[in-house]
Design a protein around this ligand. Sequence first.
Ligand SMILES: Nc1ncnc2c1ncn2[C@@H]1O[C@H](COP(=O)(O)OP(=O)(O)OP(=O)(O)O)[C@@H](O)[C@H]1O
Length: 307
Amino acid sequence: MITAARLGKRYGDKVAVDDLSFEVRPGTVTGFLGPNGAGKSTTMRLMLDLDRGTGETRFDGRRFETIRHPMREIGAVLEAKAFHPTRTARNHLRMLAAGSGIPATRVDEVLEFVGIAEVARRKPKGFSLGMAQRLGLAQALLGDPATLILDEPANGLDPHGIHWLRDVLRALAAEGRTIFVSSHLLSEMSLMADELVVVGRGRMIYNGGVDGFVRSFTQSTVLVRTPSVSMLVDALRAVPGISVSAEGADGVRVSGASSATVGDVAFAAGVRVHELSTTTASLETAFMTATGAAEEYVAQAPAGGGE
Ligand SMILES: Nc1ncnc2c1ncn2[C@@H]1O[C@H](COP(=O)(O)OP(=O)(O)OP(=O)(O)O)[C@@H](O)[C@H]1O
């Protein structure tokens, strides 16, 4: 369990992280989302005592600085390409293993596990971003830690790599580990994460389950197909709070009511229904709504768009 309490960080006048508190529970993948510049990397650095700020983070009740062999308890990758410039990938890991009392045999095990055993005798300098990400994950897993903190681990991975990462993180969580992972890939996050911490301009926007996030920041709608569109529209318009719009020749899109309510209204009005389905918005839509006002860097619309 990670407990982050009142984390804060300023750069001059700029508040990068503003009083953030959250918990990351074992057995779950917790996604850390936020627009560019929202304070995700700074928060992760604060959690690992790599930056000075306010507040404190505890890992199973203990502060990072009091943990004797951090690699054996907390695996972290904050920068994809932070490796020794002249050592081979394998030697880089062997050196880290030796420093933390981890047997050298574990190095080949993790290199195999992340799928880069073939290039282990090359220098990471020449690695693609995807290969570097895999080496980073190998490094994080070296000490078989119960906690993983990963900043944008999917960045640079191809679709197969992303799929693989998702399976790996879910499997590691299923073993009871605590996994905190930031990402910009929202569709991936919706498949990978159970819980979310969403920040904007350093502040907490949402902390809770993925489904709850989508429900809180989007509105699901109900689609009805019926041969009696006008009868149904009249019946629905009589109900306060419901709004309707046409969807093709035989469809009605309904906002502000559950499918059960819509079905009951149709039944009471004697309207035959051929389809009744709920459309839930995506995590991406929820993210855009939740963080729209908290975006740090907003691109200008291209000039001469010819609207
Ligand atoms: N060393 C620094 N000096 C000054 N400002 C900084 C420094 N590092 C970060 N910041 C500022 O703090 C804020 C948070 O940055 P941070 O890198 O933590 O955001 P992020 O959510 O990780 O962004 P991204 O998704 O783009 O990686 C930003 O406004 C950034 O410009």
